[in-house]
Write a protein that binds this ligand. Structure first.
Ligand code: NAD
Ligand code: TYD
Length: 339
């Protein structure tokens, strides 16, 4: 099979490519990535020369480029990871989120209609459900929870999800959607909570916790997310949404304290900074549907996953050092300089 993976030079897309190339040596993986600030070809260096891997630098909003790639590659399956993915950046500049996350999705699906495919899979997020209150630990997001977004990022992802379901109903495009909780693991861009705290702690820099640090996220090791998508594209029912999450809720402050402990750094590095605007309080996924229908269960326990992840950052300074010393520094200064 020929499988197009968009956004494959980013965090989850690259981990998905490694998973698929390892598990299905007879499939071809074709990666489309614009290489924005979040895309990094160094991440893909080990697979670049694989005979069953091909990389195209292209924007998913560029209809001509996308159509040409579909014409060349005749994909059976398209998995769309390409997105602007950082909530804080979406608060600063929503426009590019609407372009990539919504228009890009429509361009890809139009190409799917034109050339024909067996499956279009949209990688979405639990953030489309908005947030849950901290004092109701009995509540979880199910696939029936209404869409109720908070940030420009989550709104753009929700817009894309609705468009995907519309293409299923209107044109009969064979689609599936996964809505996953917060991922962590290797190749996570240093602007996100876990890698940011690990790298700052290594440099004995302040650890900027938003608000009181009591917001809760439901963390899943990235490989478990990739395995869920693999199951959905092969065995999931078309037209369906699958929530993905491992019942692993943690408060931000507890994660940051754990990172300090693992790295043997003092908690006095923790600095409470101005809260994020519209900051979602709690995310928590009910994964019953994907478990019952597809037998998916998370395999990596948080205690093991976070240790593996921290060790990966310790062993791969060559990957993150060029990022944190480049244009990312300007972003960091802008976001955290006067916070
Ligand atoms: P990321 O920011 O690390 O990577 C995004 C990739 O998309 C980058 O390689 C970037 O170059 C590429 N890209 C951006 N705009 C593009 C465009 N116009 N055309 C082609 N390529 C483009 O993101 P991630 O964390 O790997 O997330 C991947 C997907 O998973 C996103 O759709 C995100 O919404 C979703 N998701 C992420 C999480 C998480 O915890 N990170 C959780 C649930 C869902
Ligand atoms: P993030 O990794 O940006 O993911 P998301 O906003 O998609 O959940 O942030 C995770 C949580 O950590 C979120 O509640 C915001 C918080 N946070 C901080 O407290 N400090 C930081 O520097 C960052 C980047 C995030």
């Amino acid at each position: 099979m020929n499988i197009i993976v968009t956004g494959g030079a980013g965090f989850i897309g690259s981990n998905f490519i490694f998973h698929m190339l390892g598990k299905y040596p007879d499939d071809r993986i074709i990666c489309i990535d614009k290489l924005t600030y979040a895309g990094n070809l160094a991440t893909l260096k080990d697979v670049m020369d694989c005979p069953n891997f091909k990389f195209y630098k292209a924007d998913i909003c560029d209809k001509e480029a996308v159509n040409q790639i579909f014409e060349n590659e005749k994909p059976d399956i398209v998995v769309n990871f390409a997105a602007e993915s950082h909530v804080d950046r979406s608060i600063e500049n929503p426009q590019v989120f609407l372009e990539t996350n919504i228009i890009g999705t429509s361009v890809l699906m139009d190409a799917c209609r034109k050339y024909g495919i067996k499956r279009y899979h949209q990688v979405s997020t639990d953030e489309v459900y908005g947030d849950l209150p901290l004092d109701r630990p009995d509540l979880f997001f199910t696939e029936e929870t209404p869409i109720h977004t908070s940030s420009p990022y989550s709104s753009s992802k929700a817009g894309a999800d609705l468009l995907v379901l519309a293409y299923y109903r209107t044109y009969g495009l064979p689609v599936t959607i996964s809505r996953c909780s917060n991922n962590y693991g290797p190749y996570h861009f240093p602007e996100k909570l876990i890698p940011l705290m690990v790298i700052n702690a290594l440099h004995d820099k302040p650890l900027p916790v938003y608000g009181e640090g009591i917001n809760v996220r439901d963390w899943l090791y990235v490989e478990d997310h990739c395995k869920a998508i693999d199951l959905i594209i092969h065995n999931g029912r078309v037209g369906e949404v699958y929530n993905v999450g491992g019942h692993n809720e943690m408060r931000n402050i507890d994660i940051v304290k754990l990172i300090c402990k693992e790295l043997n750094k003092p908690e006095s590095l923790i600095t409470y900074v101005t809260d994020r605007k519209g900051h979602d309080m709690r995310y928590a996924i009910d994964p019953t549907k994907i478990h019952n229908e597809l037998g998916w269960l998370p395999e990596t326990k948080f205690a093991d996953g976070i240790r593996k992840t921290i060790q990966w950052y310790l062993d791969h300074e060559d990957w993150w050092q060029p990022i944190v010393s480049g244009e990312y520094q300007e972003y960091y200064e802008k976001m955290y300089g006067n916070r």
